[in-house]
Design a protein around this ligand. Structure first.
Ligand SMILES: O=C(O)CCC(=O)C(=O)O
Length: 386
């Protein structure tokens, strides 16, 4: 796969010219935000205040150059393996080579399918109706398959490279700086936007539990890291309305009606190179367009919460079954952080591993091994979805 920038694979449709103008204008506005650069810490180990300021001002920040070439090669290898092992079609038990398909024996949800360039969620009641407006669905090439996988949930059980990204010491230090050192997991996913096929993700805000809470604030629903394997462009990347994470629940349908199209005038694209990792506030209004470009976009996506946003809260219902999240559940789900840190230590022994406070204080240690690999099957049944 070549992640290099090219032109379009498929025409966006009747509004191709307007779309191209919007993409270029968005790139210019994104460049002016001042919310990108390498991860930097102060001499005393705090996340640099300029980064903290820009993250809370914009609702997202792009950390440049976090994943290096060897780690990207690992992720790409896993991606090829995953793509090879996908079911031949939705629900099929076997892959194209007749082997048991990826996730076919799972209980937890894993593969999400869409028609090529489709919008499976927009304008539906799915996920609590949080994607109220359907995006434009361009017409895919005649030889495109009937459906493509655009999202893989519980991805750490399918990719050891993704598990190692999950244990990245600097990213975990960022999680502690933003959500507190007792931060908890949310969920993990791979977003796969194939050129000329990848579906859109209609405008939405994440978060279901705290919008009307007296405890609501700009960070209460946590954030997602979005690590880019091939980088992302205005055409295939996530778009965000800067500052919208501060606004509470937004009337998305009215915004789109006012704009006269899905091209929201205040939104900007995340532009990233291979190895860049964005941090995105889940309350920010965001979405992505059908990938009519010739560039792959593969995002290793993983989120974290403040512990106090999760503990004792009734969550679920979107990514998994509804439940009240108690300390046992948080502890069990957080073992993936321990496995991620150890898997990373084994692959990159020269790196200083992250010390996760909850594990250090409780005296828990986690060893990544074949037994652990078997043990995390269906781990995402315990996602902490708020
Ligand atoms: O990667 C995308 O296109 C969408 C990501 C997203 O909506 C999310 O992480 O909440």
């Amino acid at each position: 796969m070549d992640g290099s920038r090219q032109t379009t694979a498929v025409d966006y449709g009747p509004e191709e010219a307007a779309m191209q103008a919007y993409l270029r204008d968005g790139e210019r506005r994104a460049a002016a935000l001042g919310n990108r650069g390498p991860i930097r810490f102060t001499p005393s180990g705090e996340l640099h205040p300029d980064i903290v300021e820009a993250y809370w001002r914009c609702g997202f920040y792009i950390f440049e150059g976090v994943l290096k070439a060897d780690e990207l090669a690992d992720i790409e290898r896993d991606l090829h393996d995953i793509l090879d092992r996908l079911p031949a079609e939705r629900g099929a038990p076997l892959d194209a080579q007749g082997r048991p398909a990826l996730g076919a024996d799972s209980t937890a949800p894993n593969l999400l399918w869409s028609k090529p360039l489709g919008d499976p969620f927009g304008g539906t009641k799915l996920a609590n109706g949080r994607h109220p407006v359907k995006m434009f669905e361009p017409t895919a090439a005649a030889d495109a398959p009937k459906e493509v996988v655009y999202l893989i949930l519980g991805s750490l059980q399918f990719s050891e490279a993704a598990l190692r990204v999950y244990g990245h010491p600097e990213l975990l230090a960022v999680a502690a700086a933003i959500n507190g050192p007792d931060f908890t997991p949310f969920n993990e996913a791979l977003f796969i936007k194939e050129p000329g096929r990848g579906s859109s993700v209609a405008w939405h805000q994440d978060g279901t539990t705290h919008w009307d809470s007296p405890e609501w604030d700009q960070g209460v629903h946590g954030f997602n890291f979005m690590a880019q394997l091939y980088g992302c462009t205005a055409a295939n990347g996530v778009w965000v309305v800067p500052g919208s994470h501060k606004l509470g629940k937004i009337d998305i349908a009215s915004l789109v009606a006012k704009a006269g199209s899905e091209r929201l005038p205040d939104a900007v694209p995340m532009i990233a190179k291979p190895g860049d990792v964005a941090i995105t506030n889940r309350q920010a209004l965001h979405g992505s367009f059908a990938n009519t470009s010739k560039d792959w976009r593969v995002t290793v996506n993983f989120g974290f919460h403040r512990r106090k946003s999760v503990l004792g809260v009734q969550g679920g219902g979107v990514h998994n079954a509804a439940a009240v999240y108690d300390a046992d559940r948080i502890r069990e789900r957080a073992r993936l952080i321990g496995y991620g840190i150890d898997a990373r230590r084994q692959r990159f022994p020269a790196e200083t591993s992250y010390v996760y406070k909850a594990h250090a204080e409780a005296g828990f240690s986690y060893r990544w091994s074949d037994e652990a690999r078997a043990e995390i099957k269906d781990y995402n049944l315990l996602d902490l979805s708020i």
